[in-house]
Design a protein. Structure first.
Length: 275
């Protein structure tokens, strides 16, 4: 956790929570790809960001309850809409299945995955395809505390599949595991879940609707002059693998429902989760 203090931010500052999800969000001076984009988009409107890094579930709740102004970065879902304003899309992410090379998979429909054991990380959102497969009994879910633990289970053969954003997964493998371990794993190129990550600002904070308009204007300016692409390209130079995976882009209308959402009372019960 950073040492940023709680309390109301001044009009020229905004307080945002986040978890660590390299290369997109990091507790470093650059803040990662998404953190840097958010910093620069607000700077376009003369707003300074103060960051606090926490475990993901706590990061969400602090913003949901209005104790912090907002949180980054999350997918747009109906469950979150009563509590937050959603920004325009920042960047897309795409989840695919990592698996052992000696246990290859080939899938195009959920039924192709029948009988396999899937590793999930606590407090993460994996999209409707995976949720439906688990609900229908096609996949058996094994929930762990972290992505690192899931990769260890995959290497040990305790799970058959682990879905994760490809850039995040490969970065984590390079930083945490041996070359011999990494060579045992492969990633299937078929995308299982694609979404746009966004900034969330709490509906409990007065002025946040106007702040979101400021952010979107700043983001539009960055995109118009190619700055977002430049940030991603610069980050990719330091990564052993590409930032994104090809195929199956996010639905451009995935957040349309949020415009009609009714604010929730100040007694949130949803814990929330990443991405």
């Amino acid at each position: 956790m950073s040492l940023a203090t709680c309390g109301a931010a001044s009009p020229s500052t905004i307080k945002l929570t986040s978890g660590t999800w390299a290369p997109y969000l990091e507790e470093t001076p650059s803040r990662g790809i998404i953190g840097q984009i958010i910093d620069e988009a607000f700077a376009e409107e003369n707003v300074t960001v103060r960051w606090g890094f926490f475990p993901w579930a706590r990061s969400y709740r602090l913003a949901q309850k209005g104790l912090w102004d907002g949180s980054a970065a999350w997918a747009c879902t109906p469950e979150r809409a009563p509590y937050f304003y959603f920004s325009d899309p920042i960047i897309p992410v795409r989840l695919a299945f990592f698996h052992r090379r000696d246990k290859p998979i080939d899938w195009t429909t959920l039924d192709d995955l029948r009988g396999l054991r899937i590793g999930l990380s606590r407090d993460y959102y994996y999209g409707s395809t995976i949720n439906q497969a688990i609900a229908d009994g096609i996949l058996e879910a094994d929930v762990a505390r972290s992505d690192v633990i899931n990769f260890r289970k995959l290497l040990a053969g305790r799970i058959d599949l682990f879905p994760i954003d490809v850039a995040v997964g490969r970065r984590l493998l390079v930083e945490t595991f041996s070359k011999e371990d990494i060579e045992q794993l492969a990633v299937h190129p078929h995308v299982v879940y694609a979404t746009q990550l966004r900034l969330l600002l709490s509906r409990q904070i007065p002025g946040n609707e106007a702040r979101m308009k400021q952010f979107n204007l700043g983001l539009q300016r960055l995109n118009a002059r190619g700055r977002v692409d430049a940030i991603m390209a610069d980050a990719a130079k330091d990564l052993p693998y590409p930032v994104t995976l090809y195929g199956d882009g996010p639905d451009p209308a995935e957040c349309d429902f949020a415009r009609a959402s009714t604010p929730a009372p100040v007694n949130p019960t949803e814990t929330g989760d990443i991405q």
